[in-house]
Design a protein. Structure first.
Lengths: 103, 303
């Protein structure tokens, strides 16, 4: 079957405009809502405003959640281990940046 | 199709125990996981390791593989026997990402690949040219999307013409509503999430929202200061090189990086370029230079 080209407009950069609920994240990441809540409790995901009745996340939470879930599944490590790995990865990234920028 | 030596991929002996195989997998998975690893071919290696583990961890698959593999060496042309595939339990998804090698598929059937999830949202990653984020504009992506066709999971190519938002950064996502797969249950379409990354650019290197440009300057421009033409994403500008600049010095052009909000900066990194001493005139100039300016750049090395 020949490929037909479809044109699509994107509404912009997802990280900047999207506001996500626990439900959104669980649907997009294909995991239980309960699992997303655990990511928050473990400090992997940050809630936009913890005082609101329903948790909200900015769009970049999606990438973080997917990354955490990939590590959990593919390296068979528990959530505390995932949280530690993410924290160390961030530190490495900061150090790399510092080296690159000669600070 | 090439025969794959899964034992070699895992670095274990053919009589390795389940525990040894698991241990080898854990170690290799951490080493080559594409989210963690900085190895060049991490993604491919991780897939190989995941596939090898999927076979060797399962006693049924391993037995089937061993029975078949006795006469093959890695890389050798492989042809499965015609009656292959009967009598082994080969279902179930493994730990790795979904796509297997042709070798795996011919052994265990494409149906065994990391079974389709019931979500209708899809995720993809594309490599953009840097101009796409600098100027915005439409780009054509070819995506391979899994679809269920007559009960089988097949990979289909889809060509999408997408309007790229100006100022998007590596690692950020474009969501295309309704461009995911149709749900088999109710026919509603999910969304397609495209994570972007950048192809290497001839001039600029992106680091987050900032851009880096290596700008060659002559020794006299660096020593005496000069105003030189330099490219920027917005067009050529006159750049002032301060007197006494050294190789590796960085000049920051504020706001001339990727037009995100806030916009990134453009760092111009100076490189010293020496004119070649190609003819007598040039040699004489270098000799005059040496005579006029005795200079030992190696004093700190103690020589």
């Amino acid at each position: 079957m020949p490929n037909s080209e479809e044109s699509v407009s994107s509404p912009g950069i997802f990280e900047e405009y999207a506001i996500l609920s626990v439900r959104d994240l669980s649907r997009i990441c294909a995991v239980d809502e309960h699992h997303i809540v655990e990511l928050v409790h473990e400090g992997v995901l940050r809630v936009l405003d913890a005082d609101t009745a329903e948790w909200r996340f900015t769009g970049d939470a999606l990438r973080r959640a997917r990354l955490a879930l990939r590590l959990e599944r593919e390296l068979e490590i528990n959530l505390a281990g995932v949280a530690l790995a993410l924290q160390l990865m961030e530190e490495i990234e900061q150090l790399r940046r510092r080296v690159r920028h000669g600070l | 199709m090439e025969y794959k030596d899964y034992y070699k991929v895992m670095g274990v002996a053919r009589d390795a125990t389940e525990a040894q195989i698991k241990q080898a997998y854990r170690k290799l998975a951490r080493k080559y996981h594409p989210d963690v690893s900085k190895e060049k071919d991490a993604e491919a290696r991780f897939k190989d390791v995941g596939e090898a583990y999927e076979v060797l961890r399962s006693p049924e698959k391993r037995a089937a593989y061993d029975q078949l593999g006795r006469d093959y060496a890695a890389g050798q042309e492989f042809r499965p026997p015609p009656d292959w595939g009967a009598g082994f339990e080969t279902g179930g998804a493994g730990p790795g990402r979904s796509s297997h090698s042709d070798f795996f598929d011919s052994l265990f059937g494409a149906a065994a690949r990391g079974a389709a999830r019931d979500t209708e949202d899809h995720h993809a990653k594309v490599m953009l040219d840097l101009e796409a984020t600098l100027n915005g504009g439409s780009r054509t992506f070819t995506l391979r999307v899994p679809e269920i066709e007559a009960g089988h999971l097949v990979l289909k190519e889809r060509v999408l013409n997408v309007k790229v938002p100006r100022g998007i950064l590596a690692g950020q996502t474009i969501r295309l509503s309704g461009q995911g797969a149709r749900s088999p249950a109710d026919g509603t379409a999910g969304d397609l999430y495209i994570e972007v990354d950048f192809q290497p650019h001839a001039l600029y290197k992106a680091d987050g929202r900032d851009l880096y440009l290596e700008l060659p300057v002559t020794p006299w421009e660096a020593a005496l200061g000069a105003t030189v033409k330099t490219p920027t994403p917005g067009g050529t500008v006159d750049l002032k090189i301060p007197p006494g600049s050294r190789a590796g010095a960085r000049l920051r052009l504020k706001g001339r990086g990727i037009p995100a909000s806030p916009p990134g900066d453009l760092y111009v990194v100076l490189q010293l370029a020496l004119p070649p001493a190609a003819d007598d005139k040039a040699k004489a100039a270098y000799q005059a230079f040496a005579a006029a300016l005795p200079f030992n750049p190696r004093t700190q090395l103690g020589v």
